[in-house]
Design a protein around this ligand. Structure first.
Ligand code: BF8
Ligand code: SF4
Length: 672
């Protein structure tokens, strides 16, 4: 059972409203977005904010997870506590319906992350087959490290042959039928976690197999046992992590390992004097090429009167490019439409996931070209260019030229660019972090972090992740929780739109350290800076780990800390928080975080309150089995407090056991 130090805290969320000011269409705290939203209002343009208000109040049955429509006898709703109306037509009870719905979301998340990874993998495969000349092995070092981890021979072998073996193993991880665990998870786990997943029978063999099995398990008339369904879901969440490990690692091989890099964020990075192209979605395979093509076609942009081509990122494609190329981050998910309202966005090139179909509706009022690029992602009336690894550079040039051609159709009367832009430092891969720590202690780099926790200088690490969800005002929860954590000396790492929020708001730079960090955190960061004079910049308040698939980097960090402390992950003062979770991918990530033994805060309620049993499994029983549990809390202050308490509880126990082990000269106890 998780323990709550503050006795007013329970596993239930506080009474704070679930939807803040449901009738107020101004649903953001991001200054750049507020500025652009005025433009939308003046011109009577519909945005996600109006649509959110129009959906209020949302369906209570759906919200609690007790609406079932997985067969054509439905839709069924659980309408009563007892009697025939307490079940669906087939007899499914609330706990069956809630767990099936939830687990199907996890399957959706795992499928999404893995489809992204599969695309990166296909590109790697084309490269090894000699079918594309536009990609290369940018990081042989990463390739070798990865191959060694996976047990692939590297000695006296050509890099391309090693990569071919890595690719084959990754393909097996998608479709393996033999009884061996997925390599891209198994090889990344520390022994105690591996054992836990084996004993609880949730170690996935393959991604595709697990997702298919979940759909079959939760179909009408199959599994009705909520515990069995939830365990199936946890296996699905680990399949999601397999996909993330493939995505992150192969992207690092192809495009380089991120290193600390300086850039800027928010809508003010879109420039009137340039041809502006927003790359939006998740996949670096295309967008990396667009960046290269933009550099090459500068002269063509100048011919039409622009100074050059300005690539800006939105959502996780933006995060991928920011991490490796320092490309400006224009905005994050809930404010993606605002980029078009500047009137100078010449093209929005999209790949997959988190792209509002409404971008086309807005682009219809402007000169902006929306271009879809993947076979599974089209938008009516948007232009489609089927992107292909074999012709990658050519395709990317075509895309850039479309933007250059659109440039002259700008309407000067419609130009209104936000002035908001903030400097940031990103690029904190696990390799970059290792190097930073190694410059303090080269023998045991992660002891730098764990010693700081054991000495009380910092309280622990929190990985902030996830989306925007307009049930609360955009970015407010990310920012308030971050401020509360850093004030209390917590080291924060971030991914996805959470990282996007901090970048946009000027919280991802060193000035923010002076303003917001507690004394302990400040001194810890300053100590790291001193030991790392090679860094071109001071360290930021929060470390950007990358896009959503790069949550896998956080799992590496957690396990490196566990190894250093010689304990399993549930004993590490490490927590996660998705204050504004929205996508199915976030449900999958949250679930594997819990399986990995992490106290995992979520600030927007998943659809599970219709079953006390499922709620109890997520918030309490999971803790007994895996050492991690969900903390559902919508109030930011209380959420931060619950997270800090979870960290303090762990570091307190850790200290006691460490001191005892030292006193009696034994190994640290494991049974607590
Ligand atoms: O993968 S954080 S809204 S953009 S799902 Fe989407 Fe959520 Fe943003 Fe990135 Ni992740
Ligand atoms: Fe209704 Fe059962 Fe069909 Fe769900 S599976 S829609 S509860 S009959």
């Amino acid at each position: 059972m998780p323990r709550y130090r503050d006795l007013t805290h329970t596993s239930r969320p506080s009474n704070a409203p679930r939807v803040v000011e449901p009738k107020n269409p101004l649903r953001t705290t991001d200054p750049g977005t507020i500025e652009m939203y005025k433009v939308a209002q003046e011109n009577n343009l519909e945005t996600v904010f109006e649509r959110f208000v129009a959906q209020q109040p949302q369906c209570g049955f759906g919200y609690k997870g007790i609406c079932c429509r997985i067969c054509l006898a439905g839709p069924c709703r659980v309408k009563a506590e007892e009697g025939p109306a307490s079940r669906g037509i087939c007899g499914a009870t609330a706990y069956t319906i809630v767990s099936r719905n939830l687990v199907r979301m996890i399957a959706g998340g795992a499928a999404s992350h893995s489809e992204h990874a599969r695309h990166v993998l296909h590109t790697v495969h084309e490269l090894t087959e000699g079918k594309t000349k536009d990609y290369e092995i940018k990081s042989p070092a990463k390739l070798h490290k990865l191959a060694e981890k996976l047990g692939i021979e590297t000695l006296n072998r050509e890099d391309m042959d090693i990569l071919a073996d890595v690719a084959e193993l990754a393909y097996e991880d998608f479709g393996r039928f033999k009884d061996r665990p997925a390599a891209f998870l198994d090889s990344f786990l520390i022994e105690p976690r591996r054992g836990k997943f084996k004993h609880t029978n949730i170690m996935p063999r393959s991604i595709d197999g697990t997702v298919t099995e979940l759909m079959a398990q939760t179909a009408q008339g199959v599994d009705a046992d909520p515990v069995n369904i939830i365990f199936g879901g946890l296996k699905g969440s680990l399949a999601d992590l397999v996909g993330e490990y493939i995505g992150t690692n192969l992207s690092d091989v192809l495009f380089g390992i991120p290193e600390p890099i300086v850039s800027e964020a928010n809508l003010g990075v879109i420039q009137e004097s340039m041809v502006n192209i927003a790359v939006h979605g998740h996949n670096p395979v295309l967008s990396e090429m667009v960046v290269a093509a933009a550099r090459e076609l500068k002269a063509e942009a100048q011919k039409v009167g622009a100074k050059g081509v300005n690539i800006v990122g939105i959502c996780c494609t933006g995060n991928e490019l920011l991490m490796r190329e320092g490309v400006y981050l224009a905005t994050s998910s809930a404010s993606q439409e605002m980029a078009i309202l500047t009137g100078v966005l010449d093209a929005m090139v999209v790949d997959i996931q988190c792209i509002y179909p409404s971008v086309q509706q807005l682009a219809d009022c402007y000169h902006t070209k929306i271009i879809t690029t993947e076979a599974i992602m089209k938008i009516p009336s948007a232009q489609h260019l089927a992107f292909n690894a074999e012709t990658a550079m050519e395709d990317a040039k075509t895309l850039v030229r479309m933007a250059i051609a659109a440039y002259k159709f700008r309407d000067p009367k419609k130009i209104a660019i936000s002035s908001e832009r903030n400097s940031l430092v990103a690029g904190f891969s696990i390799e970059a972090l290792t190097e930073i720590f190694a410059n303090v202690n080269s023998e045991r780099p992660f002891s730098v972090l764990t010693d700081a926790i054991l000495s009380g200088q910092i309280k622990g690490v929190v990985q902030m992740a996830g989306c925007n969800n307009l049930k609360r005002q955009q970015d407010e929860s990310h920012v308030s929780i971050l401020k509360e954590l850093v004030k209390n000396d917590v080291l924060v790492v971030a991914t996805g739109c959470s990282a996007g929020a901090f970048a946009k708001m000027g919280l991802m730079n060193s000035e923010a350290v002076d303003k917001y960090a507690g004394e302990g955190l400040k001194s810890f960061l300053r100590m790291l800076e001193k030991a790392n004079p090679q860094l071109a910049t001071k360290l930021p308040l929060v470390f950007h780990l990358g896009s959503c698939v790069d949550n896998s980097r956080g799992m590496d960090l957690l396990q490196a800390m566990a190894k250093e402390l010689k304990v399993d992950t549930p004993k590490v003062p490490f927590a996660a928080s998705a204050p504004e979770a929205m996508h199915e991918k976030a449900v999958a990530i949250g679930s594997y975080c819990v399986s990995m033994g992490i106290p995992t805060h979520v600030g927007t309620m998943p659809y599970l309150e219709g079953s006390d049993l499922i709620y109890g499994i997520a918030t309490q029983i999971a803790h007994d089995v895996f050492g991690g549990n969900f903390i559902f809390e919508v109030d930011e202050k209380i959420a931060a407090q619950k997270i800090i308490n979870a960290l303090e509880y762990r570091s307190w126990k850790l200290r006691i056991h460490k001191e005892t082990a030292e006193k009696f000269e034994t190994a640290i106890a494991q049974g607590w």
